[in-house]
Ligand binder design. Structure first.
Ligand code: NAI
Length: 271
């Protein structure tokens, strides 16, 4: 394994809820590769308590922040900067939530207040985190910002309902802000489109087991795990990917470009 890919780098990691979270695995890998960072999550997630164990393991602190609140983000950045002793080289946005999915509403029966909440939490918060970072000028030159997406942004997955629209918006924001931050400070902005992954956000989606198994059978490499996603995020934070920006990067074992696999064909034989 390469060593010290993130040596001397400072950053912010959002979204570590429990040990299954993509952000949790990323924190452990980032620490292993020499980064120093602050952990953050919504105040409500803090009540679960697990994030404090992760903070101990990563030798850092947790600063609660609702990613939809500009004031919370400002407070997060100023406290993190003080704690870390410098501006940030990386930010991970690993945040997603849809009240419509939680409450089982179909795409033709969305509650629009909840849909707005889905877009705000899962997509616009990405813009807010970057806009505040720009205004407070807390990103270092050649820094890297990553958000997490899903292929429902491009193709229809009926059970993904308003989260599909949120992910399209998230990916669009990565392009829009990637251009802006690139011009301003050579900061790159990308989304990583991850395989279905067994986390709290993932398994909350109706029919998760079926599409997890389907994706696994379709992808030549099988589904990408949360741990391998964390490896990819670390490379995106490292200096090895300095010219990659405004991209939606598929991290899905080949799923997005596979039409059909032998395993799936076998299931449809002699129907
Ligand atoms: P997770 O449930 O462990 O993480 C989601 C996080 O979002 C939680 O830590 C939660 O507390 C946080 N969050 C929710 N509302 C928030 C708010 N207002 N402010 C700050 N944080 C808030 O699940 P996972 O899977 O690790 O999710 C991380 C990202 O990966 C999400 O964007 C998700 O949509 C994306 N993703 C997940 C896939 C999966 O199958 N699990 C597949 C592709 C993308």
């Amino acid at each position: 394994m390469p060593e010290n890919l993130l040596k001397g780098k400072l950053g912010i990691i959002t979204g570590a809820l429990d040990e299954n979270s993509i952000a949790w695995k990323t924190a452990l890998k980032a620490k292993e590769q020499g980064a120093r960072f602050v952990l953050t999550n919504a105040p409500i997630a803090m009540r679960m308590g697990a994030i404090n164990d992760l903070a101990k393991e990563c030798d850092t602190i947790v600063i609660p922040a609702d990613a939809t609140s500009l004031e919370d983000i400002e407070k997060l950045y100023s406290e993190a900067k003080e704690y870390l002793g410098g501006d940030f080289d990386f930010i991970l946005h690993s945040i997603g939530m849809s009240p419509n999915i939680r409450k089982g509403r179909s795409y033709g029966d969305l509650n629009y207040d909840w849909a707005m909440k889905s877009y705000d939490v899962s997509a616009i918060s990405f813009h807010k985190m970057m806009q505040v970072a720009e205004k407070m000028d807390v990103m270092k030159e050649w820094g890297s910002i990553v958000g997490l997406s899903y292929i429902a942004a491009q193709r229809v997955f009926p059970f993904y309902t308003d989260m599909a629209d949120a992910k399209s918006l998230l990916e669009s924001i990565a392009r829009g802000y990637g251009y802006r931050f690139g011009k301003l400070k050579n900061v790159r902005v990308n989304t990583i489109s991850q395989s279905p992954t067994k986390t709290t956000a993932g398994t909350g989606i109706g029919g998760f087991d079926s599409f997890y198994n389907f994706a696994d059978a379709l992808s030549p490499l099988g589904n990408a795990s949360a741990e391998s996603c964390a490896d990819y995020i670390v490379t995106m934070f490292s200096d090895l990917t300095r010219m990659v920006t405004m991209q939606n990067l598929f991290h899905d074992g080949g799923y997005s470009f596979t039409g059909i696999s032998e395993e799936i064909m076998d299931k449809f034989k002699d129907l």
